[in-house]
Design a protein around this ligand. Sequence first.
Ligand code: SF4
Length: 218
Amino acid sequence: MQEYESRFWQLRLEHCKKALENNNFEVFVAQTFAEAKIIFKREILPSLIVKTASWGDSLTLYETGILEFLKQNQSIDLIETFAKDLPRGEILERRRQALLVDLFFTGSNAVTETGKLVNLDMVGNRVGAITFGPKNVVLLISRNKLVKDVEKGMERIKAHAAPLNAIRHEGWKTPCVKTSLCMDCNSPDRICNTWVITEKSYPRHRIKIILINQDGGL
Ligand code: SF4
């Protein structure tokens, strides 16, 4: 990455950090995915009591290596809700249990310059956990998720993230898998079911955000 490009995004992310802090989120800025893991280990985890944890699908989270770190931590019971060898009913039951953990991780489909989060879910386990349930939530957000406002965030998700996410999941049969365009479908595989706009963290600092100065996720 060119130094000037990194500097450009650093300025944008610092601006976004201030806006998010004004909305009661606790915010950190990492230069890399690896640094995000260090921030989590050194600055977030020691301030929390964590006996149980889980996560919602997030490519940015996977990039950081935080899950591998947690899997090695014997004192934390990690609820795995994406195991491919489990029946669908068991997966859904685990996702229900994951709504009561001490710490939940995921990403965000978009974050606005005014400090709001925009997310669109298929099942709802991700946006449900962001909204209520887990005692604390950590969101890993790459710089390419930054948008001007909620409207632009929703545009970005429907034009880019949702079709790409459908294509990522092998075997799904939504129209966007064939065309890359959203057709506002009625498919049983439709991944666009629940919008959640998070304007502020309640309680204050329940939602912790690590903004990352690298492109990642969808
Ligand atoms: S509504 Fe349907 S077609 Fe549009 S992005 Fe979502 S899954 Fe794809």
